[in-house]
Design a protein around this ligand. Structure first.
Ligand code: GTP
Ligand code: MG
Length: 198
């Protein structure tokens, strides 16, 4: 899919105030610093459409970006180790969970995980929560440029294998990406395009 336009629409902390457009929506979620905002910039080929930072906790609101005038990409605050107060962290959790539970336009969540790491409890818990709420999701491995090409696929398969040893009977779709070298861009956009056309 070709990206012809990508515009920031709004940020907010309340799912009830998100855009009213009845168009498909895809949200990026995962630990702080995993690369959610960078992936939005990579996919849209806009350097600073979504704000990124080396410091965890950069994205603090629900951010809507309208793509090609007919679907949304949503950048969410990370969960996990953001350097913010406990109280703020709780607020993030609340709007993340509210967003996933209430946002009817959401077609698929993308749970981002750093490809260098084995499954972390917080990610497994979040995926389990999505599953128990019947919210479809895919896994996006990020920062693949940090691994040697020969071990990338192996590492992803080992991660998915560990999911199957847990509560999952079937692995969700997965994508291997790098915002540094654009790996996975076409695959992810084609996947979204396929769903948009359903
Ligand atoms: P929060 O908004 O804090 O939850 O973080 P985020 O998940 O949006 O992460 P962000 O995109 O801001 O990126 C965090 C850091 O990781 C930045 O320093 C990015 O440059 C770096 N980064 C993101 N994606 C990649 C990648 O694919 N490869 C490499 N090498 N670095 C990346
Ligand atoms: Mg961010």
């Amino acid at each position: 899919m070709k990206i012809t336009s990508a515009e920031f629409v709004m940020s907010n902390s309340n799912v009830a105030q998100c855009p009213k457009d009845a168009i498909p929506e895809y949200a990026f979620i995962g630990r702080s610093n995993v690369g959610k905002s960078s992936l939005i910039n990579m996919l849209t080929e806009r350097k600073s459409l979504a704000k990124t930072s080396g410091r965890p906790g950069k994205t603090q609101l629900i951010n809507h970006f309208k793509i090609n005038n007919n679907w949304f990409l949503v950048d969410l605050p990370g969960y996990g180790y953001a350097r913010v107060s406990k109280k703020d962290k709780k607020t993030f959790q609340k709007y993340i969970t509210e967003y996933f539970q209430k946002r009817k336009q959401l077609v698929c969540g993308f749970v981002l995980v750093d490809i260098r790491h084995d499954p972390q409890t917080i990610d497994l818990d979040f995926m389990e929560w999505l599953g128990s709420n019947e919210i479809p999701f895919s896994i996006v491995f990020t920062k693949a440029d940090k691994l040697k090409p020969g071990v990338i696929e192996k590492q992803a398969q080992s991660y998915l294998q560990k999911l199957l040893e847990g509560v999952w009977e079937e692995a969700p779709p997965h994508f291997i990406t790098s915002s540094s070298n654009r790996m996975g861009r076409e695959e992810l956009l084609e996947y979204i395009d396929g769903i948009n056309k359903e």
